[in-house]
Design a protein around this ligand. Structure first.
Ligand SMILES: *Cc1c(COP(=O)(O)O)cnc(C)c1O
Length: 503
């Protein structure tokens, strides 16, 4: 007998596909208007109290028509985003999001494939995207790879592969303690904190990640590196992995990657390059020399959601040879064993290359965007960002009231407002105040860092929507706000504006 309680389909699929279609058309119309009008909106604005309250309501027990839910999104979420799709967002290391990729993401959810294993077109798309990335970056054809959620996940994955490739044979079965290895990892003091997380998670211990000092250009001091490796060997430790930075997050510095490669080979270390954003400068022949050595590393991470402008999240970890990731991650279980025919006959399992078993179809947005625009358009956008930051750096250098504190050959520059005789604390207060005003007034979104003890305004241009005039605007705003806040500073505490305080 038919029992309605057993019918789940009609509850969660639309009761009326025409209603579903109509809302979809409206959403796509609104998307186009939204993206076309980005420049007219503030880069960022705080989420008002009442909106925050509306985002803290209880679990909905009963449904609401989907069009009403969408309207709620339009008033509570859409106006208050992080801001990184705006042309004047240059904070941290975020990407701007290629619109056509969003269609890929939508369709990935519609077909809802999980990319652990199995013979299906989605698996083949990810394989193809990895091949394209290898070609675009000049990575050896024999190499392998995996799309991940981010470079943080890529670092853990690569270091786990390093541990198996260069550690004791019993490592996977016996673990660190029984196999007796105390590994050490090396990288510059400017290395991204995701490596700290990775060494901690892998049981290596933060203390054994040797943060080697940097030179005046924030590049690893190779003499200090060699000494550290030697000292560790003498102490009976097991040097495992050397990390080279192709673009540090603070200043965009690129370590001497070829020299590091040579040291890694001499010392029999796994050589991992963190190219989270910087790897994509390899799209430009002008930057091959800067990145020389990168493509001979044992592993590389690059974030497509940064300097390849893909929507979050998608990153890639590449290895030099086939099988290195499987050596670290493959596992067997009856329910995932292969069969003679059908989907389970497929020889590749991405779930054997990393931590995740269920994996979203991240490759589809990349496939859409690369096919639609071609790699040359991406190379052109990367070149434009480099030229824009060079322009910003030149203007900061030329202005008497600005100090260029660090620049890179990539897309990062750090500068600050200065005036003669400024006390260090006063200069920091004024620059904090400038940044606060830029951000809270929605004018522009650089971020900050501290270099040589100085608070600096930091620009990282991973933005395909930025125009060079946006940086002229930024310079003008910083100078005007700087003059205003300096005057308030000199008038004493009574004259200080609220924005000039701490954070
Ligand atoms: C962003 C970044 C990371 C971490 O990558 P996620 O994608 O945020 O996990 C690592 N290294 C560098 C240099 C980065 O810029």
């Amino acid at each position: 007998m038919h029992n309605e309680a057993m019918d789940s389909g009609p509850r969660l699929d639309p009761a009326d596909w025409e209603e579903f279609r109509a809302l979809g058309k409206r959403i796509v119309d609104d998307i186009a208007d939204h993206l076309a009008g980005l420049r007219e909106r503030p880069v960022w604005q705080p989420v008002p109290e009442d909106v925050q309250a509306s985002l803290r309501t209880g679990l909905p027990a009963k449904g609401t028509p989907m069009a009403e839910v969408y309207d709620e999104f339009r008033t509570t979420v859409l106006p208050y985003p992080r801001g990184n799709i705006h042309p004047r967002f240059w904070g941290w290391a975020n990407g701007s999001g290629v619109p056509v990729a969003a269609y890929g993401d939508l369709l990935a959810s519609v077909i809802n494939c999980t990319l652990g294993s199995g013979g299906n077109a989605a698996m083949m798309v990810e394989q193809q995207v990895i091949e394209w990335l290898k070609e675009a970056l000049g990575w050896p054809a024999a190499g392998s790879g995996l799309l991940t959620s981010g470079a943080s996940m890529g670092q853990v994955t690569a270091l786990a592969a390093a541990r198996v490739a260069k550690g004791p044979a019993a490592f996977r079965d016996e673990g660190a303690v029984a196999s007796g290895a105390q590994f050490t990892v090396y990288g510059s003091a400017e290395t991204h904190h995701s490596v700290d997380k990775a060494v901690e998670l892998l049981g290596i211990g933060r203390r054994f990640f040797r943060k080697v000092p940097v030179d005046r250009d924030y590049r690893i001091d190779t003499g200090a590196l060699r000494a550290a490796i030697r000292a560790d060997r003498e102490a009976g430790l097991h040097p495992l992995c050397l990390i080279g930075n192709a673009g540090t997050v603070n200043t965009g510095a690129v370590d001497p990657l070829r020299t590091l490669l040579e040291i890694a080979r001499e010392e029999d270390l796994w050589y991992h390059v963190d190219g989270a954003f910087g790897a994509f400068a390899r799209l430009l022949p002008s930057h091959h020399a800067l990145l020389d050595g990168m493509t001979e590393a044992d592993s590389l991470v690059c974030d497509l959601h940064k300097w390849l402008y893909m929507p979050f999240d998608v990153s890639c970890v590449l290895t030099r040879d086939e099988g290195l990731l499987e050596a670290a991650f493959s596992s067997s279980a009856d329910y995932i064993s292969t069969t003679a025919g059908g989907p389970a006959a497929y020889p590749l399992a991405f779930s054997d290359r990393g931590i995740e078993q269920s994996r979203r179809f991240r490759a589809l947005k990349v496939w859409f965007a690369l096919k639609t625009h071609g790699i040359e358009a991406f190379a052109g956008a990367v070149a434009a960002n480099i030229a824009q930051v060079a322009h910003l750096a030149a203007r900061a250098e030329a202005a008497a009231d600005l100090e260029l504190v660090a620049r890179s050959e990539l897309n990062v520059a750090c500068f600050r407002y200065v005036w003669p005789g400024a006390a260090p604390e006063a200069a920091d207060r004024v620059n904090r105040g400038i940044l606060n005003r830029l951000q809270t007034e929605g004018l522009a979104m650089p971020s900050h860092t501290v270099l040589d003890g100085k608070f600096v305004i930091r620009v990282a241009d991973n933005n395909h929507r930025t125009d060079v005039t946006d940086f002229d605007f930024l310079i003008d705003q910083v100078r005007a706000l700087g003059a205003e806040l300096r005057a308030a500073e000199e008038a004493g505490p009574a004259g200080a504006t609220p924005g000039a305080g701490g954070r």
